[in-house]
Design a protein around this ligand. Structure first.
Ligand SMILES: NC(=O)C1=CN([C@@H]2O[C@H](COP(=O)(O)OP(=O)(O)OC[C@H]3O[C@@H](n4cnc5c(N)ncnc54)[C@H](O)[C@@H]3O)[C@@H](O)[C@H]2O)C=CC1
Ligand SMILES: O=C([O-])CC(=O)C(=O)O
Length: 314
């Protein structure tokens, strides 16, 4: 039997979509189909062709195409949703909810029609509520609809710890839970450098400063860019999730997962540690939280719920 290359479609060919597409292609994970609205078809095809022309140099035997026709996405193994608007300085992620919820519904209908067996990864903000919207609209089982926040938030935390200590980013482990907002919950008890607890390497004051910078990490980039939000680290984060699924890696990484009683919450999507493998979210890992951590998590959940209440009815 011939072995076929895998197929990843990326909806939205803007900053995060294009970055995800090039990183996925460079890692030779799959053929990539980049999709945007008809008005953006020229630039989308142009970006895809430019990426394809980088493959000989990168030594990556994959195809990259651009389109506004969902027929070209048919049979995708993984579909990444980055479509929608991004925030500008002075805005919160939650300000995007109305516009992006409508976009989620329309793109989800197309995804389901053409790739009924796929795994969907949602990046669009506000990510927790948008993943919930896609889950409801798709009718897919919960393991096949996954949101991105924790890989990125943990990566920011790991970057800041590495910079502070001067030790390899590879050896810094961190875990950020909760919603993808300013009250996300970096779990210091589970953070370490080469197995050494963070608390024995850094003072509480420095740890607090890193936690605060991590929580506001997206906003820091938004202020610096002036017209849009982060895309390199988000693209890398999505690519890691795509790889975990396509290679059935069973990585333990925080993802936005549908909770049915885990951590005491029901019927909402929230960042928690999960096993991500060939069947999407294969398991949610429940950690014993301290009272302080539970309180921080509850505050983050309140923010996520407030956004969900603002979701448009139709
Ligand atoms: N969860 C996370 O960690 C992160 C989330 N984001 C979010 O990702 C989203 C995308 O950000 P960027 O790529 O920087 O924005 P962008 O503006 O560069 O790209 C968005 C693209 O979506 C397209 N689009 C709009 N409606 C569409 C539709 N119905 N079908 C297909 N494509 C459509 C636009 O034409 C545009 O090309 C934003 O909501 C942003 O807040 C960004 C970074 C991290
Ligand atoms: O901050 C934003 O609007 C984009 C995002 O989610 C991030 O970079 O974490």
């Amino acid at each position: 039997m011939a072995i076929k290359r895998r197929k990843v479609s990326v909806i939205g060919s803007g900053f995060t979509g294009a970055t995800t597409a090039i990183m996925t292609a460079q890692k030779e994970l799959a053929d990539v189909v980049l999709v945007d609205i008809p008005d953006m078809e020229g630039p989308t095809k142009g970006k895809a062709l430019d990426m394809l022309e980088s493959t000989p140099v990168q030594g990556a035997d994959v195809n990259v195409t651009g389109t506004s026709d969902y027929k070209d996405t048919a049979g995708s193994d993984v579909v990444v949703i980055t479509a929608g608007i991004a925030r500008k300085p002075g805005m919160s992620r939650d300000d995007l909810v109305n516009t992006n919820a409508k976009i989620m519904k329309s793109v989800t209908r197309e995804i389901v029609k053409h790739s009924p067996e796929c795994y969907i990864i949602v990046l669009t903000n506000p990510a927790d509520a948008m993943t919930y919207t896609v889950y409801k609209e798709s009718g897919f089982p919960k393991n096949r609809v996954i949101g991105q926040s924790g890989v990125l938030d943990s990566a920011r935390f790991r970057t800041f710890v590495s910079q502070e200590l001067g030790y390899s980013v590879e050896d810094v482990q961190g875990f950020v839970l909760g919603g993808h907002g300013d009250d996300m919950v970096p779990l210091i008890r589970y953070s370490s450098v080469g197995g050494v607890p963070l608390t024995s390497l850094l003072s509480q004051e420095r740890i607090d400063a890193i936690v605060e910078r991590t929580r506001k990490g997206g906003g820091e980039i938004v202020s610096l860019l002036g017209n849009g939000s982060a895309y390199y680290a988000p693209g890398a984060s999505i690519t890691q999730m795509v790889e975990a699924i396509l290679k059935d890696k069973k990585r333990i990484i925080p993802t936005i997962a549908y909770l049915e009683g885990e951590y005491g919450y029901n019927d909402l999507y929230l960042g928690v540690p999960t096993v991500l493998g060939g069947d999407g979210i294969e398991k949610i890992i429940e950690l014993d939280l301290t009272e302080d951590e539970k309180t921080a998590m509850a505050k983050s959940v309140e923010s996520v719920k407030a956004v969900m209440e603002a979701l448009p009815a139709e």
